[in-house]
Design a protein. Sequence first.
Length: 81
Amino acid sequence: MLEGSPNEFLHKPIVKYLEDRGVKIHLNRRVQELHYTTDASGVPTAVQGFTVNAGKGEKEERRDYDVVVAATDVPGKPDLF
């Protein structure tokens, strides 16, 4: 599917596209808590933001956003390929 290394032909172009538009990508940060809205029955409907552990020796920080897009590891998920 790719002409070569996924890092060169997939990841780098996506990162460049996003960074050219002002997106900041933060890796290796642990999400401590999700902040979300709920409907009348208490079911979560939309993520508003999250609290992250900023790094070694740094305190937790709450961040709120208009839109949240996240990718995460799912422990115990079997490989699909």
